[in-house]
Design a binder for this molecule. Structure first.
Ligand code: NAP
Length: 345
């Protein structure tokens, strides 16, 4: 049976929209279409902003988090957090694929793969939750998922564990877009520098800006300061709450002798940090909002409100070659790989 390449044939409510903005999609695994790929799912990586919100709502308790995930997926047919609007991604094994899709996506039945399209649009059926890893936002499951023709699937690398690859691939859009934005000599700030994407972006920022440039890492708590110092990617580490807009601006002003930043990268997992980025960026500089907790309205109206002419970029989760680039970045630096193995491996 022929179906829509973007997956609209699975949308239940409201009719006619794409699967991502849909409230509910059909997660039946009894019938598949010839342009769908069925995956036996083993791990979910819940988007950081979503996982944090769930923990805040139900408590940092494995069973309660598991129950909330099951509730969302049963209600919506996908792991689409109704509060944050974000998803995550998954890994598993290809269970069913047509010849045409196999050629197009270069995968076959039995391949271990990661899907690089958001869980917020992926039909998902969870049969059982085996384990919730509260420390790394991952969930071991038994279940099935569908990838549409327009989706992105990559084979998992065989030189790293599934959970490590999953954590790198979850944020694969960020490092490659950092590389596109940062020029030699730039001053770059990363808000959330000690987090998963923060560490990857800090490394890429230092690599691109070189020794003449400067990388400022902003961290929330001091518990990961030592790890970040040990990596050596950030020339300056500032510790504060990124929602304290004027406080952040003053710190960045002082750290840059009033020059501010050429590029500001937001990889925090909490709301209300847009204006800390905007105020800390030079006139005509770039602000890259990778954080799923970013608000277009707050950024656009806030920048207008302070008369600040900065380019603001929405952190598209997809970029050409992003998966290979992110995995290479993780492999390239020994200390970075060790840290990722320790945290997520
Ligand atoms: N655009 C996309 O396609 C895409 C894809 C994947 C993920 N994301 C988003 O990218 C962001 C980062 O993801 P991740 O996996 O790297 O998350 P992560 O590892 O959990 O890191 C988030 C970091 O933000 C910091 N943070 C939280 N609140 C803060 C505050 N008030 N002030 C300063 N720092 C604060 C955290 O520090 P503490 O732990 O000390 O609080 C943590 O280091 C999330 O918003 C996620 O939703 C976007």
């Amino acid at each position: 049976m022929k179906a829509c390449p973007f997956g609209t044939h699975r949308v239940i409510e409201p009719e006619g929209v794409l699967p991502q903005p849909a409230w509910k999609i059909n997660n039946s695994m009894n019938t598949t279409y010839d342009n769908e790929i069925m995956i036996d799912v083993t791990h979910l990586n819940i988007d950081s902003a979503s996982f944090r919100q769930i923990k805040e709502e139900v408590g940092a308790d494995e069973e309660k988090v598991a129950a909330k995930i099951v509730e969302i997926v049963s209600e919506r047919g996908k792991m689409h957090n109704p509060v944050t609007g974000s998803g995550g991604m998954l890994v598993g094994t290809v269970a069913e694929i047509s010849k045409k899709m196999s050629q197009k996506h270069q995968v076959k039945v039995g391949d271990h793969v990661a899907t690089l399209v958001s869980l917020s649009l992926t039909p998902l059926k969870i049969e059982r939750i085996r384990k919730v890893h509260l420390d790394r936002e991952q969930v071991e499951v038994e279940g099935k998922a569908i990838v549409f023709e327009s989706g992105v699937v990559v084979k998992l690398p065989n030189d790293m564990s599934r959970s490590l690859a999953l954590s790198v691939l979850d944020v694969a859009g960020a490092p490659i877009q950092t590389a596109r934005l940062v020029r030699p000599g730039d001053t770059v700030m990363i808000l959330g520098a000690a987090g998963k994407s923060g560490v990857l972006c800090s490394y890429v920022a230092k690599k691109m800006t070189g020794n003449v440039g400067k990388v400022i890492g902003l961290i929330h708590h001091n518990d990961r300061r030592e790890e970040l110092e040990e990596l050596g990617f950030c020339d300056t580490i500032l510790q504060t709450d990124a929602t304290d807009t004027v406080g952040v601006y003053r710190m960045v002003h002082d750290a840059t002798d009033g020059e501010l930043c050429d590029v500001t990268i937001n990889v925090v997992n909490t709301a209300n940090t847009e204006m800390s980025c905007v105020l800390s960026t030079k006139e005509h500089g770039n602000v890259y909002f990778f954080s799923m907790a970013s608000s277009f309205t707050k950024a656009a109206l806030g920048a207008e409100g302070v008369g600040k002419d900065v380019n603001m970029i929405i952190g598209n989760g997809y970029a050409t070659n992003h998966a290979a680039y992110a995995l290479d970045i993780a492999r390239e630096n020994k200390k970075l790989l060790e840290l990722f193995n320790k945290r997520y491996g």
